[in-house]
Write a protein that binds this ligand. Structure first.
Ligand code: PEP
Ligand code: MG
Length: 927
């Protein structure tokens, strides 16, 4: 196709060029001009240039729309004259006359913005009809019914959209007229007399509601319709949609004036929409539907049930073949699946629209792989085309495909606010949801909108459904945060707390409290009943694996995982992780009977540690001290053995790949009972004959360890400095596990990570302590090579700011962005997320939750640390292991900061692989 044919023979008088025409095989615009012509206008121009059959017409640009508003809702100077000239050209190209009673040209006036906004703006069809041209249309079509039907449709549509008459003022008489033909009568049952009567009633309605007659001057109709389409850009539906989709409000819409072609001129006519491939499951076949003897709005409005597009092959084989060929041609040209609108008028096919087709995640991945195999796109383009959220969707439980295809959605529109499939009984308030859930019911919380008061209900619900609110509404933000499927902003859903019912104003379907419903957070659709749900398996999705394999080729950063158990490590490895970036050892302290062992050690830890220092200084120990040391050492020895076993399991699962083991991090009180609980226990026991000695000691220990700000207290490397045995046994366990696995023929790669370092001396002291321990193990290893590296987490702002000093003692840095965010913002990571932070995000005080998406200032600290660290140690290995390591937007920031790898939870690994590749590719593009 030609890309740059933009010259025009048509003179224009406006100061700017506002109009681009097409038709008769030539076009003034082209497919690259979406900013100016909108998607529809650019597509029509491009199709015309390609020699495809399009009805002649012209596009009034998005600039004209913006100038119209800037001009106080007046057409800018000269534009109307240009419209008149362009209409002359359309008349010549179509061979018809606008307002000509003998050979009338009718046009559609259609909105068309740069980004597709389906159904959000307005379109008027059949414009150019009045009593005179109607007679001409009837004569040309040979059908009186066709003519009157077109006329009543036009008055209804124009009246509603352009003259602001309420839809029900036309719907009621229409329903009334149909009712005369029986309860289930359709539009098509109306005869000429009905339609004529309806036209009279419609005109009367217009007169009553607007105080003026329906305009008969075709140019006045055109003028008013153009302005109405401009105005629909700032209509409520369009504004809300742009807000939800983050589309800028200043783009404006183009207006397309297009020769009408009629799919309702008999049984050799028809109209339909089709995709060049199946956008539901990705099969390479034409996918769509059409209606014989119908206008486009009938397909969209669902008035009659359309036929599958495959049926066209037998019904109108020539048109089908031509359409198939055109579809292939357009797909090749746009290098993507096309969403096509067509009309067949008396056996002649017209293409009305082509645009990139929206598709399910499954279809997106399958089609991308197909297109690479067909040589249509490159592997790089395939990787860039898939959205990380689609990969996420493919790995979450989903509705069983066949059941989903057979189900009819309750709603026609709704925001897919948080992915996944949820099935439960509808409950209309949070307290009741909690009550039902406690009785073992599965519930879906249904609210007009949610507020912080609903949180307890949201937390236990399978999914959430709201009638109001966009992508950053409370429901959407919370649902994503707590990982619940959510459909938000279903404005057509009337939720009544009084009657405990909800019903769609569009489909008439609904449900009452206690009914089973199924909520599809991937598509924004809600279904009655309990649809079957299936687990999505990575192993069963070869195309996804193929795409991610390509992604790995383009990524600069590697993807590692945060895993504490061999099973998790194995799963992450199967999903493509290339190492463990964070093994949190304290999780191993909490399992089974280990917790009792750890508690026993903690109870005597301080006494034993002080006693050991005394003994080292040559002082004698008393009996209590000797006992404490013995108890402590025995517990530590057991723990060491157990941890060694854990590490052996992980090294085996990650054979040949690096494993970063972090030494104990949390404050010790996390291993002890809660202070208040223990206090109550002891006090009660005292009242009833006395508490046990053990409980009293435990209480005293908890009290002695109590801190006002434990997250800023005795944790991380501070703990190892105060009670060295904890980290000494961990180091021994790591290295002895390595020796054992190596002796068994494995290739374990261990890295020891010291957390929460803010000053280089903390690291130096810990490292010296542990290196001495390591030396002893190396000496005892009998020649088996023991290799290990010490590194640290950068998760305190001071650590980041002094990274050049810290790098002298560390061979790697891993950014702990959970703590780094907490300490940079001064927000407690445990308390903020359920509280003020939600309000901050809802009210846009913060653009995003900084614990989910890396904040720029935190990324700035990381950059400082990276630069300073590398300045003293060029081969410093750099990664991230905070939650942000699995968030696509944060991964882009990590790429810019220059990390070597990101590490995230196992189930985020596939998403991170794609995001890492896209980050590398977009950074290359930027350069
Ligand atoms: C962090 O702080 O980002 C981190 C990974 O460590 P943790 O969440 O265990 O504090
Ligand atoms: Mg941390």
């Amino acid at each position: 196709m030609v890309d740059t044919q933009t010259t025009s023979e048509r003179p224009h008088v406006a100061a700017k060029r506002y109009i681009y025409a097409w038709g008769a095989g030539t076009a003034e615009g082209n497919g690259n001009m979406k900013d100016l012509l909108g998607g529809k206008g650019a597509g029509l121009a491009e199709m015309t240039l390609a020699g495809l059959p399009t009805p002649p017409g012209f596009t009034i640009t998005t600039v004209a729309c913006n100038d119209y508003f800037a001009n106080g809702k007046q057409l800018p100077e000269g534009l109307w004259q240009d419209v008149l000239d362009a209409m002359k050209q359309v008349e010549t190209r179509s061979g018809k006359g606008f307002g000509d009673p003998k050979n009338p040209l009718l046009v559609s006036v259609r909105s068309g913005a740069k980004f597709s906004m389906p159904g959000m703006m307005d379109t008027v069809l059949n414009l150019g009809l009045n009593e005179e041209t109607l007679a001409g249309l009837i004569a040309l079509s040979g059908s009186e019914r066709f003519g009157w039907d077109a006329y009543r449709r036009f008055i209804g549509m124009f009246g509603r959209i352009v003259m602001d008459v309420k839809a029900e003022r036309f719907d009621e008489p229409l329903e009334h007229a149909k009712a005369k033909h029986g309860a289930d009568a359709k539009d098509t049952d109306l005869d000429v007399a009905d339609l004529k009567a309806l036209v009279d009633v419609f005109k009367q309605v217009v007169r009553e509601d607007t105080g003026r007659d329906f305009p008969t001057d075709v140019y006045e109709q055109l003028d008013l319709a153009i302005k109405a389409v401009f105005a629909s850009w700032f209509g409520k539906r369009a504004n809300d949609y742009r807000n939800s989709q983050k589309i800028a409000h200043d783009l404006g819409t183009a207006v397309n004036v297009v020769t009408m072609v009629f799919g309702n001129m008999g049984n050799d006519s028809g109209t339909g929409v089709a995709f060049t491939r199946n956008t539901f499951d990705g099969t390479n076949e034409l996918y769509g539907e059409y209606l014989v003897n119908a206008q486009g709005e009938d397909v969209v409005a669902g008035i009659r049930t359309p036929e599958p597009i495959s049926q066209l092959k037998t019904e109108m084989p020539a048109s089908y073949d031509e359409f198939l060929k055109i579809g292939r041609q357009l797909e090749k040209h746009y290098k993507d699946v096309q969403d096509l609108e067509f009309t067949i008028e008396r056996g002649k096919l017209y293409m009305l629209q082509t645009r990139i087709a929206k598709r399910t995640a499954e279809a997106a991945v399958k089609i991308a792989v197909q297109m690479v195999n067909e040589g249509v796109i490159t592997q790089k383009e395939a990787v860039e085309r898939i959205e990380p959220a689609q990969v996420d969707q493919l790995l979450r439980p989903q509705f069983e495909r066949k059941a989903l295809a057979a189900a009819k959605a309750i709603n026609t529109e709704g925001l897919n606010a948080s992915p996944g499939a949820a099935v439960g009984k509808a409950v209309f308030d949070a307290d009741l949801a909690v009550e039902w859930q406690a009785k073992g019911e599965k519930v879906v919380l249904v609210r007009v909108e949610t507020s912080p008061d609903d949180f307890h209900g949201m937390a236990i619900a399978e999914g959430i459904l709201t009638a109001r609110g966009g992508a950053t509404s409370h429901a959407a933000v919370v649902a994503r945060q707590i990982g619940k499927p959510c459909v938000a902003g279903v404005s057509e859903l009337n939720v009544s707390y009084a009657t405990r019912t909800a019903s769609s104003s569009k489909t008439g379907m609904g449900f009452k409290e206690g009914d089973w419903i199924s909520v599809d957070g991937n598509t924004g659709r809600v279904y009655a009943g309990a649809l079957p749900v299936v687990d999505a398996k990575f192993e069963d999705q070869p195309e996804l694996q193929t795409i991610l394999g390509w992604a790995d080729e383009f990524a600069r950063m590697a993807v590692w995982t945060n895993a504490d158990k061999p099973e998790e490590a194995a799963q992450a490895r199967a999903w493509g992780a290339h190492g463990i970036g964070l093994c949190r050892t304290e999780h191993m302290f909490r399992e089974g009977d280990r917790l009792a062992m750890v508690r026993g050690a903690i109870l005597v830890a301080n006494v034993a540690t002080r006693a050991k220092a005394k003994a080292a200084a040559g002082e004698a120990l008393n009996a209590d001290e000797t006992d404490a040391v013995a108890t402590f050492d025995a517990a530590m020895a057991k723990l060491e053995k157990l941890q060694q076993g854990d590490f052996e399991g992980i090294f085996k699962a990650m054979d040949g790949l690096p494993v970063v083991v972090r030494l104990i991090d949390p404050p010790l009180h996390e291993f002890l009972p809660n202070l208040e609980d223990q206090l109550v226990k002891v006090t009660r026991a005292e009242e009833h004959g006395g508490a046990s000695e053990e409980d009293k000691i435990l209480l005293a220990t908890i009290k002695s360890m109590h801190e006002q700000n434990p997250m800023l207290g005795l944790r991380g490397c501070r703990l190892g400095i105060m009670i060295p045995d904890f980290v000494k046994i961990q180091t021994r366990a790591i290295l002895n596990a390595q020796i054992a696995v190596r002796k068994a023929g494995g290739n374990p790669i261990a890295k020891i990570m010291i957390p929460l370092v803010g000053h280089v001396n903390e690291l130096k002291a810990t490292r010296t302590l542990l290196a001495a321990e390591a030396d002893k193990i190396v000496a005892a290893a009998g020649g088996v090579s023991v290799d290990y590296k010490f590194g640290t987490m950068i998760e305190i702002p001071r650590g980041a700011l002094t990274a050049d000093e810290i790098a002298t003692e560390a061979s790697f840095f891993s950014f702990g962005t959970n703590d780094l965010t907490q300490m940079t913002f001064g927000y407690s990571r445990d308390d903020a997320e359920g509280g003020f932070l939600l309000k901050y995000v809802e009210d846009k005080i913060l653009p995003v939750n900084p614990f989910q998406t890396l904040d720029d200032a935190v990324a700035g600290l990381m950059k400082i640390a990276v630069d300073k660290g590398r300045s003293v140690r060029p081969d410093l290995e750099l990664g991230i292991c905070g939650e942000h390591g699995g968030d696509p937007e944060s991964i882009h920031k990590c790429e810019k900061v220059g990390l070597d790898y990101v590490s995230c939870s196992p189930f985020r690994v596939p998403v991170a692989r794609l995001a890492a590749a896209q980050a590398a590719l977009s950074t290359q593009h930027d350069k």
